[in-house]
Design a protein around this ligand. Sequence first.
Ligand code: F6P
Length: 361
Amino acid sequence: YFPTSQFSYFTSFPGMNAAIRAVVRETLRQGHRCYLIREGYTGLITGNIEQASWGHVANVTHLGGSMIGTSRCDEFRITEGRKKAAEKMFEKRIFHLIVIGGDGSLMGAQKLKEEWGRFGEELFAEGKITEEVANEGRELHLAGIVGSIDNDCIESDKSIGSDTALHRICEAIDGLVMTAQSHQRVFVVEVMGRHCGYLALTAAIAVEADYVFYPEIPPDDNWPEQLCNQLESVRKYGKRQNVIILGEGVTNSKGIKIGGKQIKEEIETRLQLEVRIATLGHLQRGGAPTFLDRLLGLRMGYEAVQEVLKTTEDPGSQIVGQKTVAKVMCLRGHNIERNELSRVIRQSESANDETIQRNSD
Ligand code: F6P
């Protein structure tokens, strides 16, 4: 889920470097120039763009975060900002762009693509680019790669980073359970995911949690009673600790966010159990990527290069009206599929609207 207000929002995620590596190496292998844009869209606007060499992406696959930095970029949300980015791209004659990120970042890329033709004409009319460059860059060949720990892209079974985040969550909770067990405590563990409950729900299964709150199904008004009944029943057969997972973005029936503190108070008052809250925060997004995220990053990076080069070599196969259609790399089963970016964005937005609606009903 990426609200429109988050559009052009970039976060890093484990596995991003693997994707960058594959993009760079495959582009160079095919005999093209490749540039790294630093600090997300900010770098595109300010021209923080560096030509990549083979060696640039050596020893990066195992590293978390993003080797080229990332940022939120408010300027890219407005047309003038995107036009500045286009100008920098025309200057360097960069007409193929691969964007790695969540829906917010991909939404920004799609916007740039839609306005690209107009930007080219305006930059030429303003004398900022020559006719030759304007013609060469008539088309922006764009591909997206789905990456976010939230795993909230509707068309992809997995987004890069989510497997590592789950691994981190499980590891942390396994640790908490040991102390909880000794003290007979309850732990409320707050996990990320924005308005998508994937991390909360799947982690709950993997750690044998006793209760999970996730945004897609907002809890009933009598959730405190249901929760406490559940805790009581498992304690009756000898369980010495409880784990409750609270997904980010969970609200009550009035649309008010449910917090760990509220859950703690309800349990302590009703059951006289000791409760502690653990907010895993950005630990979930850090650290070395798992094997799966490395592989997914590498595979999607490789496919994205094939996609942008294909639209140049065989534009007819991709054209709708007079424009090539941007694709986004998605995982479906074991295969990487190339889906239409604008459609994936639309679907994510409507899924997101549904969650918000359900939470405020
Ligand atoms: O989208 C990834 C994510 O980690 C969300 O799960 C979380 O809500 C958000 O980013 C946190 O953003 P920030 O790093 O700006 O605090």
